[in-house]
Design a binder for this molecule. Structure first.
Ligand code: BGC
Length: 741
């Protein structure tokens, strides 16, 4: 105990001296130095002519001095053409910090930001995890925590203390090209996994996680990147705010703002969302950074500001701390003028600068700004690779199986399709380059799906173009299929990032559908492997597929993970974290309201929800039976409700099952959804084994956002639904049911 008190004393003394350092710096700073701290430039702005190359960056020392010494820039962000080795990062960061701490008046270190969005995806040999969509399919918060820890460790080892991750946008518009960066369509899944990832990443205090993109980015009405959200303020609070709230509670240190808008208000200009809600309601005390060029876009794109200067005023008044300008000093110049003319008080600038300096202080940058070679021991360990391998395996989701899977090791297997021999398709965007399409930057040794299958099966053949852009010889593939016991057709999408991946139609491209149809026409059983960042519609071929395996973008270990599932070396346990649509214009989420599903006919029955596969769907090579669902019959507001269910492995193999608990309120003042996920728990069971899973729900978990925008519990009857079973309970009304407690 005394030891803890002593430690606490040290921590408090430490934070007091940190506070003093920040305050004393702030007191000595000129206004120019302050607005410089609030400016973030892209690396390209200080790179030598030609910009950063794919595997090295040469800095332009004159530009670097101008930025750091003359213009007092506080932060740089990564945009290199490719990725760097650890040594490359150390040299680059060392050179930057040398100027910052040895040549500037106040010796303030630079805060360097990077997008490690699925592991250390910009350091050669870094550990690469599945993208968040695949992480969500594991339904395993502990794995998300581990992925965060590994990413944090490898960021520190790379001397990169500020990570622009995790993406906590809720992916409720599958057309969106950043769908794969999300944890899927459910706010609870995104909250629980996102929170763990943040805690893992920030574990030892030397890395800052950034929650992005606050707020509503994941629900663009058009489906195109950076376009307005299809949300009401009530919908924001119901569906997209919760993961940010959970991660702020978990201590996240930075937030990046959504480039889009909600209800006609660009987020970068929204005092309501950035200050009243983020700081006031959620209590966020960290740094708010804009996204790319988004301040000037208030003027040039959103057109809510008549001039660039007015855009700067709006963004600062709304609550941003740092502007990712990212090419020039316009933001700083305008802010300077706005303070000088008295439009923005200097105290407002001070508040932001204090937060930025405090972040640098917390990250230890003042005490050790230079890369520490000793930290390399934390990079790409065998244990980290094991975690990424486990995440890839646990993400793989078996959507359909008529018994064709698992494959026999000696089966004659044709492997074909554009994703079959592609590492870029397994890894998706943000992998060794922004778009992730340059496989020459990838480490040697990670197998494609084909290579992984060749290692496992004794008779695996291959026909096909090796890239998505190659023509597919459909006739040759069909001929080879006719001669095989089974055809594994890997289809989907090659890597893309952000708006480059915008599409106007979710349907899988025609050549790929034709390939599948031609192979199906041979009569050879077809297994589809979906390697994709969002659900491309395959209804034309799905029903005739004997097996369908969803791989998402599983990362460097994806080839092995998929092959393990196909050959039965791993029993799949992933579950879909979104609703897989059957039709391009039927894009409902699982938690829709009944009236969204009214079908044709005079009686308009609710029959129109018919997705290809439902949220939470995922098969196994064993079977699970659910029984004995029990819920305490009545619960008073503020009390907790116990729900129990028994799960039995009724098949012949050990397996993992995620138990998903939904509730449905019978009647409410706001149309209740047909179901809402309230809890989940993953269990591993040996054949014949049973486990009783107990959930404890608080009545707070049963709240919804009422018309006044507040979380509200309304008494009445609820269904609880688990594994096809249903029980009913009541939330008591204190006014009416007082005597029943
Ligand atoms: C993206 C952000 C990213 C930033 C820096 C932007 O275009 O929207 O997610 O963090 O670039 O690379």
């Amino acid at each position: 105990m005394r030891y803890i008190v002593a430690l606490l004393g040290v921590a408090l003394a430490g934070s007091a001296s940190a506070q003093t350092r920040v305050d004393s710096l702030l007191a000595r700073m000129t206004l120019e130095e302050k607005v410089g701290q609030m400016t973030q430039l892209t690396l390209a702005a200080v790179a030598a002519r030609g910009g950063p190359a794919r595997d090295s960056v040469r800095l332009d020392s004159a530009k670097l001095r101008e930025a750091l010494v003359d213009r007092h820039v506080g932060s740089l962000l990564n945009v290199v053409g490719g990725s760097l080795t650890l040594e490359g990062w150390h040299a680059l960061i060392g050179e930057i910090q040398d100027v910052a701490v040895n040549r500037t008046r106040l010796r303030i270190p630079v805060l360097y930001g990077i997008d490690f969005v699925h592991g250390a995806n910009y350091t050669r040999g870094g550990t690469i995890f599945p993208h968040n969509l695949g992480m969500a399919a594991t339904f395993d918060p502990a794995l998300a925590r581990r992925a965060g820890e590994v990413t944090g460790d490898e960021a520190i080892a790379s001397a990169l203390p500020w990570n622009f991750a995790p993406v906590l946008d809720v992916g409720r518009q599958p057309l969106w090209a950043r769908f794969y960066e999300t944890f899927g369509e459910d706010p609870l899944v995104a909250s629980l996994l996102g929170r763990e990832m943040v805690m893992g990443m920030q574990r030892d205090g030397r890395v800052a996680a950034t929650l992005k993109h606050y707020l509503g980015y994941g629900v663009p009405r058009t489906g195109r990147d950076r376009t307005p959200a299809d949300l009401t303020p009530r919908g924001v609070r119901e569906h997209v705010l919760p993961p940010f709230a959970a991660a702020v509670r978990a201590g996240a240190r930075a937030v990046m703002v959504n480039s889009g808008e909600i209800d006609g208000e660009p987020l970068h200009a929204s005092r309501y969302w950035l200050t009243d809600v983020l700081r006031g309601e959620l209590g966020f005390g960290g740094v708010v950074v804009t996204d790319w060029e988004d301040v000037i876009f208030l003027h040039t794109r959103h057109r809510v500001a008549a001039t660039h200067r007015d855009a700067v005023r709006m963004a600062v008044e709304a609550g941003i701390d740092m502007s990712m300008t990212p090419h020039d000093f316009g933001f700083a110049d305008h802010l300077l003028a706005l303070v000088r003319e008295g439009t923005i008080p200097e105290s407002r600038v001070d508040a932001s600068v204090r937060r930025i300096l405090a972040l640098k202080e917390e990250l230890g940058l003042f005490d050790s700004p230079l890369p520490d070679p000793a930290l390399r021991a934390r990079f790409a360990t065998e244990e980290a690779a094991g975690a990424a391998r486990q995440a890839a395996r646990e993400s793989i989701t078996l959507l359909q199986n008529d018994g064709v899977l698992p494959l026999k090791k000696d089966a004659r297997v044709l492997v074909t399709g554009p994703a079959a021999n592609s590492l870029t398709a397994l890894n998706g965007g943000w992998t060794h380059s922004w778009q992730g399409t340059d496989a020459s930057l990838f480490p040697p040794g990670s197998p494609t799906l084909l290579q992984a299958m060749l290692r496992r099966g004794s008779d695996v053949r291959y026909v096909g173009g090796s890239r998505f852009t190659d023509p597919i010889d459909i006739a040759a593939a069909a001929r080879a299929a006719a001669d095989a016991d089974v055809a594994v057709v890997a289809i989907g999408e090659d890597a893309y990032a952000e708006w480059v991946g915008d599409i106007g139609d979710l349907t899988l491209p025609e050549p790929q559908l034709r390939l599948v149809e031609a192979i199906q026409a041979t009569g050879t059983p077809v297994v589809l492997v979906l390697v994709e960042g969002r659900p491309r519609i395959i209804s034309r071929v799905a029903d005739r597929a004997c097996g369908v395996v969803m791989a998402y973008w599983p990362g460097m270990h994806g080839g092995d993970a998929i092959a393990d599932v196909l050959f039965g070396d791993h029993n799949p346990g992933g579950k879909l974290p979104f609703t897989y649509p059957r039709h391009p214009n039927h894009l409902l989420t699982y938690d829709h309201v009944l009236t969204e599903t009214l079908g044709p006919g005079m009686d308009r029955r609710a029959t129109a929800f018919n997705p290809q596969w439902e949220f939470g769907h995922g098969l196994s090579y064993t079977t699970f039976a659910y029984s004995a669902l029990r819920a305490s019959g009545e619960v008073a507001p503020g009390d907790s409700l116990t729900v129990e269910v028994t799960v039995t492995n009724t098949g012949a193999r050990a397996g993992q099952e995620t138990v998903l608990l939904y509730t449905r309120q019978h009647y409410a003042s706001v149309t209740p959804p047909v179901r809402r996920l309230r809890a989940f728990h993953k269990v591993g069971l040996q054949p014949g084994a049973s486990r009783t899973v107990t959930f404890r729900l608080s009545t707070d978990d049963l709240r919804f956002i009422a018309r006044d925008g507040r979380p509200t519990l309304e008494p009445g009857a609820f269904d609880v639904m688990v594994g096809g079973l249903r029980a009913t309970f009541r939330v008591l009304d204190p006014a009416v049911d007082a005597d029943r407690r």
